[in-house]
Design a protein around this ligand. Structure first.
Ligand SMILES: *Cc1c(COP(=O)(O)O)cnc(C)c1O
Length: 424
């Protein structure tokens, strides 16, 4: 499969049926798997052999869909989780513990902000938030001896800041830490962060990958490029014996698959945010058309952004596809085919006017979601980012009047007509 183009991988990646097997990836709807001898199963528990025994840890449907996403991102190994939030938590917690520190872009999804600033803090993991557009010298200052991760989003939700991935990768590697990138909005169709130096990529598959707003899910993809052994004590969970598996050393035994093996056999084993195989089956159907849907989302969003940017009632529009946008040059470099189908704008008249306008939309629905086939709209300051103070909102790139508009794959003229009547 690795020789094929990304479109072919979307359709046919990972599942290669042999003679007489189902053409379509089947749902392995089973919690457990059968063995001939007690010893065979014991070897699985010791990680001496690869195989299925209990679906909390591994299930063939889940693994094959993870493998497809791994191919799309150009990674070495991947694992699905039951939501994007679980993927982020596991990705970080796999290499951080109490007493550790994270440097994180302040341009973040609201849920990730809460996870880092509230929940991880309770577990003893501190986060310093940085402005991703700051100069490297400024960003350097955030690093501490106990920093274990640099974290950012390719296209920030909802601030739509395009990340300078190379700058961040350089920064991370000069401090001997991996760069973890949330690639949910760009999708591997528009950007593959591993090519630009990211070490680990995570996804909320609930967005474009599913694409139909029907299933929550997440994915962690590891490039296999970060050399854990080079920093022995620092990443001791990977480089020193694990007593819960008779002293296995992940980085030695599993090489490029060490990080994903550990997150699977430790965190999934103990915390259990396993996706249902049914959901992975549906996710796979979404992935089959990802390469068709994403360009259409971008094409429609571009038309909507152009329409809004000249409208007299619109105060401002953020969309990296507009040549006047601050992030146009980074979009040209990292996602020349397009960034995503989401754009932001504010109405003249501020917050109240923006909210009143949303209520007038007919085709675009007010929902807590983005990035699916149906056009939808949300006011982050009242919804996803409601817990933040005005000051924190600005820091996260969320102006109080900001409307997040997720352009679907309907006819662009119909979407624009809906905006037109609501603006009137
Ligand atoms: C939605 C989202 C998440 C969280 O994913 P869930 O599947 O809702 O848990 C994380 N990151 C980004 C960028 C998102 O848009």
């Amino acid at each position: 499969m690795s020789d094929y183009q990304i479109e072919t991988k979307c359709v046919q990646g990972a599942w290669n049926p042999k003679k007489g097997e189902p053409r379509v990836l089947p749902i392995y709807q089973s919690t457990t798997f059968k063995y001939e001898t007690s010893d065979q199963m014991a070897r699985l528990f010791d990680l001496e052999e690869d195989g299925y025994f209990y679906s909390r840890l591994q299930n063939p449907t889940n693994d094959l869909v993870a493998e497809k996403i791994c191919q799309l991102e150009g990674g070495a190994a991947a694992m699905l989780t039951s939501s994007g939030q679980a993927a982020i938590f596991y990705a970080v917690f796999n290499i951080c513990e109490a007493g550790d520190h994270i440097v994180c872009s302040s341009m973040l999804y609201g849920g990730t902000y809460n996870l880092f600033s509230v929940t991880l803090k309770k577990l003893g993991i501190e986060t310093t938030f940085v402005d991703p557009d700051a100069e490297p010298e400024e960003l350097e200052k955030a690093f501490q001896p106990n920093t274990k991760v640099l974290y950012a989003e390719t296209i920030a939700n909802p601030a739509l800041v395009v990340l300078d991935i190379e700058k961040f990768a350089k920064l991370a590697h000069s401090h001997n830490v991996p760069l973890i990138v949330d690639n949910t909005f760009a999708t591997p169709i528009n950007c593959q962060p591993i090519k630009w130096g990211a070490d680990i990529v995570i996804h909320s598959t609930s967005k474009y990958m599913d694409g139909h707003g029907i299933i929550l899910g997440g994915c962690i993809v590891d490039s296999g490029n970060f050399d854990w052994m080079a920093y022995g004590e620092k990443y001791h969970g990977l480089t020193q014996p694990d007593p819960s598996y008779h002293g296995i050393i992940y980085a030695e035994k599993f090489g490029k698959k060490a990080y994903i093996t550990k997150v699977n056999v430790q965190l999934m084993r103990d915390l259990g945010a396993t996706p249902a195989p049914q959901n992975s089956f549906l996710l796979n159907i979404g992935l089959e058309t990802l390469h068709l849907r994403v360009p259409r989302h971008c094409e429609n969003a571009q038309k909507v952004a152009e329409y809004l940017s000249t409208h007299e009632k619109i105060a401002w529009v953020k969309y990296a596809g507009l040549p006047t946008d601050k992030y146009y040059p980074l979009h040209q470099k990292y996602c020349p085919k397009g960034t995503c189908g989401v754009l932001c704008f504010g109405l003249k008249g501020g917050r109240d006017e923006s909210v009143a306008f949303m209520d007038k939309l007919k085709l675009a629905a007010i929902v807590t979601h983005v990035a699916d086939a149906r056009t939808c709209v949300l006011h982050p300051a009242s919804h996803t980012h409601r817990q933040m103070t005005e000051e924190k909102l600005i820091e996260a790139g969320v102006q109080p009047d900001l409307i997040r508009f997720s352009v679907g794959i309907e006819n662009a003229d119909d979407i624009i007509a809906d905006l037109e009547q609501a603006l009137k």
